[in-house]
Design a protein around this ligand. Structure first.
Ligand code: SF4
Length: 238
């Protein structure tokens, strides 16, 4: 695919419009299991496997968002994926379906991944900082992030990706432990533990601010280049 075709695929033409019908979204890899109240969990979150973690999220009432959610939104994709994508919080459609990144933002994410020849089923694991929807799509509150981020930390440890793509301010600030702006965090390779992390814009923001799609494309190319460089270095050292 040439550059113009890739940019067109991402909707980087003068006017963004959805070029393809919404793709069929696969069911979450980890279905909601029987709820387990946090106080009944046998192991701390940091030692949970996938089934225990999914069950803990499904039954979680650690913050007030449990009162208004329709579904918890755990994550989707390949649990052993080379890349892991982290967003902010479920929106209305995600809350209704129990899946992250559906609707127009999800379609844009799929187009961004396709521009790098990646698919959400095979190459990435996708989740959010918060597993429940903030009412009215308001920003996550600090206490909600504090209560929920242990689940995300465990998901990162279980996937153990080669690269983290942090989409939006809340994903970046939560996993990097900073209050810096997206603008100041872009264009650098950060570390979450020992995992390289690249910061870029959230697809929902890009739908509202299409002029920044070109910057997001730069971020994706930067992520791919660094991933290839690290892969080459790892191959050379073996
Ligand atoms: S947002 Fe997170 S901490 Fe709050 S109830 Fe949902 S799963 Fe629990």
């Amino acid at each position: 695919m040439n550059r113009d075709a890739i940019l067109a695929e991402m909707g980087l033409g003068p006017v963004w419009k959805l070029r393809r019908p919404l793709p069929a979204i696969a069911a979450p890899v980890v279905p909601h299991a029987t709820p387990v109240a946090p106080e009944d969990q046998a192991a701390p979150i940091s030692r949970m496997g996938w089934p225990e973690l999914a069950s803990a999220v499904a039954g979680c009432s650690a913050c007030g968002l449990c009162d208004s959610r329709k579904n918890t939104v755990f994550g989707v994709g390949n649990q052993a994926a080379p890349w892991m994508v982290v967003g902010e919080a479920p929106g209305a459609e995600e809350d209704a379906r129990g899946e992250p990144f559906v609707g127009q933002a999800g379609q844009l994410l799929d187009a961004m991944l396709a521009a790098l020849a990646l698919t959400r089923e095979r190459d990435v694991y996708i989740t959010n900082v918060l597993k429940c929807r903030p009412p009215g799509n308001r920003n996550p509150a600090p206490e909600e992030v504090a209560q929920c981020s242990g689940y995300l930390t465990r998901q990162v440890a279980l996937v153990n990706p080669r690269l983290l793509l942090l989409m939006g301010r809340f994903a970046a600030q939560t996993l990097l432990g900073t209050d810096a702006s997206i603008a100041s965090l872009r264009g650098r390779v950060h570390k979450v533990g020992s995992t390289p992390a690249i910061v870029t814009y959230h697809p929902a923001y890009l739908l509202r601010t299409p002029l920044d799609k070109a910057r997001a494309w730069e971020d994706l190319l930067f992520a791919r280049a660094n991933d290839k460089r690290l892969q080459s270095a790892a191959t050379a050292s073996t």
